[in-house]
Design a protein around this ligand. Structure first.
Ligand code: CMP
Length: 392
């Protein structure tokens, strides 16, 4: 490889680290994140503000210029992300062009591409002010930076079976209520309940609006059916809200920051794993941010999980001395392997980002990936036999 090619390759690797934030504590990566988040918020706020006639009149041109600057920056960002795509661990080993095409189809890149649609529409149909509101789609770009937004998609995906069951129940209740009402009052109010399409409309309105709107049942049986339908409506709508609410709470509690594929692939212990195993890890690892001075593990406590350092430094206090562990190292494995108590106290000496593998997930994972298990065991053994050497 020539010098120029080598420089280009390392520039691309560095750009990948900055853009795909595999290293959250990287200064350049954080600055870029903040600039992009700032521009997204400015763009969305500007779009909302432009709908107020007085603001449009006073600052319309400036807001339009701001929008154009945002589009330019987003375009550069999009092109840069495509350029660095071949560095993505998931896309190693295929041609750069195919890597870029594959990367362009990932959900976040599709959202990034959608962010240009408003600009194209505005150019094609100048003067249609309502089209500006399509710029609000850029809000979705924040999903890349927000564990909350990224989480909601995951929750819906995880709970899809329960949510589908809710839809089935809702449709079932709607049809049953419509059929009952059609049978009981169809001949009395033929214009409203005369066929199933009319009755279904009535039952949908009843279920969703908690009240029948214009149509009052005229028979006692009809009123009973309507009352039951209203109650079932509350139940049918509360159920998915509760399912998503619970899933969201559980997911968000696990994640102080977004765990990315690149972040997991950076951990040396996992670097050799295939894409499927790394994706598996992305979904089971918890993310914890701890400030300097936090005691992460206390000697003598039971083992609850293994920790991987995504960035930062921790200190292990053993009877033989203090050992520092850095980015890429792991700790907390001994108690999990021996199912005994913690052998040392571990404290963060810088603010540190940790990826945590719960005890059960740890055992399941090393059962499925025995080579990772063997490496963890070897490191634990070495730590026991040579307690004061730094063993990451
Ligand atoms: P565990 O015993 O579960 O909790 C304390 C952790 O400190 C332990 O697992 C190891 O991961 C780590 N640890 C203990 N002794 C050493 C050592 N000599 N060198 C590096 N890490 C250690």
């Amino acid at each position: 490889m020539s010098d120029a090619q080598h420089n280009l390759a390392s520039a691309r690797q560095r750009a990948f680290d900055i853009l795909e934030h595999g290293r959250r504590r990287d200064f350049a990566s954080r600055v870029l994140d903040w600039i992009l988040v700032g521009l997204i918020i400015a763009n969305v706020t500007g779009t909302l503000a432009q709908t107020l006639p007085e603001i449009e009149q006073a600052y319309g041109d400036q807001l339009q210029a701001l929008d154009r600057i945002c589009v330019l920056v987003f375009a550069i960002e999009y092109a840069a992300r495509l350029w660095v795509a071949p560095e993505h661990p998931l896309l190693h080993g295929i041609s750069p062009m195919r890597a870029r095409l594959g990367f362009a189809a990932t959900p976040m890149m599709v959202i990034d591409a959608l962010a240009f649609v408003p600009f194209v529409l505005e150019v094609l149909f100048p003067g249609v002010a309502a089209l500006r509101l399509t710029r609000l789609v850029r809000f979705l770009k924040l999903a890349r930076y927000s564990p909350a937004l990224a989480t909601i998609g995951r929750v819906v995906a995880l709970e899809r079976r329960a949510l589908l069951a809710c839809v089935v129940i809702l449709v079932g209740v709607m049809m049953a209520a419509a059929a009952a009402m059609h049978v009981v009052e169809g001949h009395i109010q033929p214009d409203r309940l005369g066929d199933m399409s009319k009755s279904m409309w009535w039952s949908a309105a009843m279920l969703a609006k908690i009240g029948g709107g214009e149509l009052e049942p005229v028979t006692a049986t009809g009123r009973i059916i309507a009352a039951i339908t209203v109650m079932l409506g509350i139940f049918c709508f509360a159920l998915p809200v509760a399912i998503i609410g619970r899933g969201f709470y559980e997911e968000i509690r696990r994640r102080d920051f977004v765990v990315t594929f690149a972040m997991v692939a950076h951990v040396p212990l996992f670097a050799h794993l295939d894409a499927a195993s790394i994706s598996d890890l992305v979904s089971i690892l918890k993310a914890r941010m701890v400030p300097a001075g936090t005691v992460i593990i206390r000697k003598g406590e039971p083992g609850d999980g293994m920790y991987l350092i995504a960035s930062g430094t921790v200190q292990v206090d053993t009877v033989d001395g203090k050992i520092l562990l850095h980015e890429g190292d792991f700790f907390g494995e001994m108690a999990l392997l021996t199912r005994e108590r913690r052998t040392a106290t571990v404290t963060a000496i810088k603010s540190t980002d940790l990826l945590v593998l719960d005890c059960d997930d740890f055992h399941r994972f090393i059962d499925r990936n025995p080579d990772v298990g063997a490496r963890v065991r070897a490191v634990a053994q070495q730590r026991k036999s040579e307690p004061v050497t730094r063993t990451g």
